[in-house]
Design a protein around this ligand. Structure first.
Ligand SMILES: [Zn+2]
Length: 245
């Protein structure tokens, strides 16, 4: 795709000068690493009914079936590696005093690339939460030998992801809001997301109030495009290495 070089140059310059950078990522950046997406054409939710595998009710009715779905996804994810887009963001973080990545992805590709300040607003597929003692732990054994897995306390474990009908973590929301308040970003990058959640749009809007340069990196037009100062219409794996040296 043809991206104007003056736009690339403007974003590159702004990123170099910025002391605070806020990044929002979505399924697009993971898809470039081979991770199946949910909502797009041909995505997971066109093959599997989310109400049967991604709701608290489905889990209560049949935890084994829900875990089979997540176990399959973990097996698939284990074969995926970060792409040049993830790597460029990790490079940028090492140079910036203040940078936060807010991802809607449940994989760990940002961390695998070396990013350390990442908020998983929809949870992590590599974490489990106990239905009894509520403890959250990292759980990477894949495939999981026995489904559903159990906690040391004896209760069933669930994937620590946000399901349909559930709300996002207020603690994580506070972390995002505190970052935006304490370190108003000069640049905000919104990458590979349709921005279909209200809170994603709200946070992007909030950065506009502090005069952040809002940059969208996505091949297609989204609900956020009208608000963006610059839209770079291409894949993140191609664009990010060009704007982050
Ligand atoms: Zn427990």
């Amino acid at each position: 795709m043809n991206v104007p070089s003056e736009d690339l140059e403007r974003v590159k310059q702004a990123l170099e000068e910025a002391t605070s950078v806020f990044v929002i990522t979505g399924a697009g950046i993971s898809a470039e690493s081979g991770v199946p997406t949910f909502r797009t054409a041909g995505g997971i939710w066109q093959q599997v009914d989310p109400m049967k595998v991604a709701t608290p009710e489905a889990f209560a009715a049949n935890p084994k079936k829900v875990w089979e779905f997540y176990n399959d996804r973990r097996v698939r994810l284990k074969q995926c590696a970060p792409n040049p887009g993830h790597e460029a963001l990790a490079r940028l973080e090492r140079r910036k005093e203040n940078m936060l990545i807010l991802t809607q992805n449940v994989d760990s590709l940002h961390e695998d690339a070396g990013s350390e300040r990442v908020i998983h607003i929809h949870g992590s597929i590599w974490e489990v939460r106990c239905m009894g003692c509520r403890k959250v732990t990292i759980h990477r054994e894949t495939p999981i030998p026995e489904l559903p897995p159990h906690c040391a306390c004896g209760a069933i474990l669930r994937p620590n992801v946000v399901w349909f009908g559930e709300t996002i973590s207020p603690i994580q929301c506070t972390l995002v809001e505190r970052f935006l308040e304490q370190h108003p970003p000069q640049v905000t990058l919104v990458i590979g997301t349709e921005a279909s959640f209200g809170y994603i749009i709200s946070w992007a809007e909030e950065t506009k109030r502090s005069d952040s340069l809002l940059v969208e990196i996505n091949p297609g037009v989204t609900d956020l495009s009208g608000m963006a100062d610059i839209c770079l219409r291409s894949s993140s794996g191609e664009i990010l290495p060009k704007i982050i040296s």
